[in-house]
Design a protein around this ligand. Structure first.
Ligand code: FES
Length: 129
């Protein structure tokens, strides 16, 4: 059987680290694939409950993810990943904004994701968002 996988590019917005691209198969999570490639990403519960592993989708298959005020997105943010279980740590508005829980998300398209501890901070730091 041919294993389907997708290229996932990881970027650290606030750290002086090189961007890395890893192949993630459809039956593994981004966190698992990163570990396999010896890339340390933050995580806690690994069950979608704590949000420590949160990443933010920057691009899907060469197009910027855009969720308009009318709720429509031009590239399906939801279509970019399949979740193993319910992503309880994210509110709907976070998911609409492209946030994704890397411990339970498997890619369904090539994509680029902002990762690292600062991405999780974005969810909680600004009360006006
Ligand atoms: S590690 Fe807790 S939600 Fe992913």
């Amino acid at each position: 059987m041919v294993r389907q996988h997708h290229d996932v590019t990881l970027e650290w917005p606030d750290a002086d680290r090189e961007t890395r691209t890893i192949a993630v198969s459809e039956d593994e999570t981004v966190l698992e694939a990163a570990k396999r490639a010896d890339i340390a990403l933050p995580f806690g519960c690994r069950t979608g409950a704590c949000g420590t592993c949160t990443g933010r989708l920057l691009e899907v298959d060469g197009a910027e993810p855009a969720a308009g005020d009318d709720g429509r997105s031009t590239v399906g943010i939801d279509g970019a990943f399949s979740y193993r279980r319910s992503p309880r740590a994210l509110k709907d508005r976070h998911r609409d904004a492209g946030y994704v829980l890397l411990c339970i998300a498997s890619p369904r398209a090539d994509c680029r994701i902002a990762v690292g501890a600062s991405v999780h901070t974005e969810l909680v730091d600004n009360p006006w968002k």
